[in-house]
Design a protein around this ligand. Structure first.
Ligand code: ZN
Length: 683
């Protein structure tokens, strides 16, 4: 849909002939015309809220109009002036200020265009309108002619494709007319495009180099299947593992991938894209296969978490957004899970919306935190979009707005009797705790229980202990203490390990911005083309070739022991981590519920070796390359020890301390001239 979806002061809404006679049951009914009324009402409400002008045209025919059968015209008598058929339906919420334009009043003129013989242009100019949002009836008659005239007269036109209907006397009249309007320069839009400005929904959210490369692929007729894989090259300094996240949004993106007529038009007219290239882009959809680790899977450097198999142009153009989606949620889930491990048994709530880097980041961070094991979010839209449980209490402004703290507590408790959590640190925290104790009996008499209190500043440990003592002495033993304020896994650990009597934590900025590691060194790389494995040999960025699978092995007593990165063709022992989630552009299963993905991670955390659960970097979890993969790499000129993983590793004994001896012999690589790290850990 159109790129410019925000309403501007020079916009006007123009409804064409939404009259009783054109609705089902009317004299000249347009099929399914009634469906557009609620959509038009949504547009009307939007325009009213912005105080933008609304015009409604109507046929206002004399009894002897030339288009009627009696005058050897094409139509039965319809929309005769002053009759019910000519009126607007009562269900159409035209605002009182809407300007009505009567057309077709001259008995001798057909007058399909709303500009023909009317004062429409003059009124539009008076209203300052330069861009017209046009919807109504019928697409191939009055709408087409009006749009054509509007463009001809220098107006810009947005065609409301969800609020027009065609007579379709022959099958494709409507779609032909729509295409004609777009060809003439009308921008097709829908109400959703007007209200939702999610930039990620556009296929243009890609890097320019993808388009230039696609031009190259098209020109050389390179249409063979490519395999790309997304993986992380190394862990942030203090981290020991990562959590796969963002797959759901990635699949949604692939499923709906297409360039809209407006985007293609922009590419050609202003984006500098050649017409032949635009023609190819017009047809582009994602028709490939995707294998991926389900969200909530624990993974390690070099392990692909997503593999795309598709004609090369499709697999290439989606790179930017796929990385953008997988990187961010994987980063935040991997950061958030550190808080979950640092505060076992405590309730954790995402408070990050306000300081997240943008609207989409706030939503996806709330999602990633929930996936990582948080209990909820304060972000209401995340609750609506992802069914993340909502949590929230009160802020200092509520206390300050009331005359006294007691008054504030009472008002809040009475207004939210089922969720009474009172904020203590606006003035004097301990005094506030004593006020809560003092108010409790009165509230109790009203049937209201004080659920808990919240601390939002100062030394949380010290304050929590003081408040706990006051609450306990006052008989409020079941009231919980919830704390927030610049928390991360290190601070949580300090509080929890120190025994601070805090039951739950609100966590914001440091987690949703992943403050200590604001990005992952990740990549989406070509691994094979036309059936031939490919790899990159550049220093420190070399990649392991070919389509791959990751197998996880467990110790007899349960915990994860080591992973093997193998070629996708091998059949091996161990648990394969990548599953087929999309086949020929269609998802293979239902979208998993986010709560199920969170449960998957919880099960995996229970199997995570204890040495990897800490907040500081421990020994590395062993990830070895299968013999077949190493042989393939050598064949392509990749010296495994020069491949990224091998190159910068210290002595293996230190790196994998605690893991040696556990790796099965079947993972042993071919003995090569290079003495790489994987050789060393083999037994
Ligand atoms: Zn008419």
């Amino acid at each position: 849909m159109t790129l410019t979806t925000k309403l501007r002061p020079d916009d006007a809404l123009v409804l064409i002939d939404v009259q009783n006679d054109f609705l089902p049951g009317g004299a000249r009914a347009v099929p399914r015309a009634d469906e557009i009324i609620p959509v038009l009402n949504a547009y009307l409400a939007r325009f009213a809220r912005r105080r933008l002008p609304v015009f409604a045209t109507r046929d206002w025919h004399p009894l002897n109009h030339c288009s009627f059968h009696a005058q050897s015209g094409e139509w039965p008598p319809h929309a005769v002036a002053q009759t019910r058929g000519a009126e607007f339906p009562p269900s159409l919420n035209l605002p009182p200020r809407a300007i009505t334009i009567a057309k077709g009043c001259d008995p001798d003129r057909e007058a399909l265009s709303a500009f023909a013989g009317t004062r429409l242009e003059q009124d539009l100019r008076l209203a300052g309108a330069r861009r017209l949002f046009v919807g109504g009836l019928a697409t191939e008659y009055a709408v087409l002619h009006t749009v054509r005239e509007a463009l001809h007269r220098g107006f810009r036109v947005c065609l409301l494709t969800d609020a027009i209907r065609a007579m379709n006397l022959s099958d494709r009249d409507g779609s032909v007319a729509e295409a004609e309007m777009v060809r003439l320069g009308a921008q097709p839009i829908t109400f959703e495009a007007l209200t939702r400005s999610n930039p990620g929904a556009s296929a243009l959210l890609t890097d320019q180099y993808q388009l230039t490369m696609l031009g190259g692929y098209f020109a050389a007729e390179m249409e063979e299947t490519a395999v790309f894989e997304f993986f992380v090259r190394r862990l942030p300094a203090d981290w020991n593992f990562l959590v796969a996240a963002g797959l759901e949004q990635a699949l949604e993106y692939l499923e709906h991938f297409r360039l809209t007529p407006a985007e293609l038009d922009w590419l050609q007219t202003r984006g500098g894209c050649r017409p032949d290239r635009v023609r190819r882009l017009r047809e582009l959809r994602f028709t490939g296969d995707v294998h991926a680790m389900p969200e909530g899977t624990i993974f390690f450097p070099d392990e692909p978490i997503l593999r795309v198999t598709a004609p090369i142009a499709e697999a290439q153009i989606v790179e930017t957004r796929l990385v953008n989606l997988l990187h961010f949620q994987t980063l935040i889930a991997s950061k958030a899970v550190r808080s979950v491990l640092a505060a076992p048994g405590k309730a954790l709530v995402d408070f990050g919306a306000r300081r997240a880097h943008g609207a989409e980041a706030s939503l996806l961070a709330a999602r990633a935190c929930y996936l990582a094991g948080f209990d909820g979010t304060s972000n209401v839209l995340a609750g609506a979009e992802f069914e993340v449980p909502l949590a929230g209490t009160m802020a200092h402004s509520f206390i300050e707005a009331c005359e006294t703290e007691e008054e504030a507590f009472l008002r809040f408790a009475r207004a939210n009797p089922d969720h009474v959590v009172l904020l203590l640190d606006t003035y004097d925290t301990e005094a506030a705790a004593r006020k809560v104790v003092a108010l409790a009996p009165a509230l109790h008499a009203e049937g209201i229980r004080i659920q808990g209190v919240r601390l939002d500043s100062g030394d949380l440990d010290e304050q929590a202990r003081a408040v706990r003592a006051i609450l306990d002495d006052g008989g409020l033993r079941t009231a919980t203490i919830f704390a927030s304020g610049n928390l991360d896994e290190h601070e949580l650990h300090r509080l929890v390990a120190g025994g601070a009597p805090i039951d739950g934590f609100g966590i914001g900025s440091r987690v949703v911005t992943s403050a200590d590691a604001p990005y992952l060194d990740c990549a989406y790389k070509l691994q094979s083309y036309a059936g031939t494995p490919r790899c990159k040999l550049s220093e420190a960025k070399a990649t392991w070739p070919g389509a791959k699978q990751v197998y996880r092995h467990f110790d007899h007593d349960g915990p994860m022991a080591f992973d093997v990165i193998a070629t996708a063709e091998e059949t091996r022992l161990g648990l394969p981590l990548l599953e087929c989630v999309m086949h020929q552009g269609q998802r293979t299963g239902d979208d998993p519920a986010l709560a199920d993905s969170a449960r998957r991670l919880r099960r995996q955390l229970a199997l995570l070796p204890p040495v990897l659960r800490g907040r500081e970097r421990a020994v590395a979890y062993p990830v070895v390359k299968s013999q077949a993969l190493q042989t393939l790499a050598r064949r392509l000129g990749l010296v495994p020890s020069a491949a990224r993983t091998g190159a910068r590793l210290g002595p293996v004994g230190r790196r994998h301390a605690g893991f040696e001896g556990r790796i099965h012999a079947d993972a042993t690589p071919a003995s090569g001239e290079e003495h790489d790290v994987e050789d060393n850990v083999m037994i």
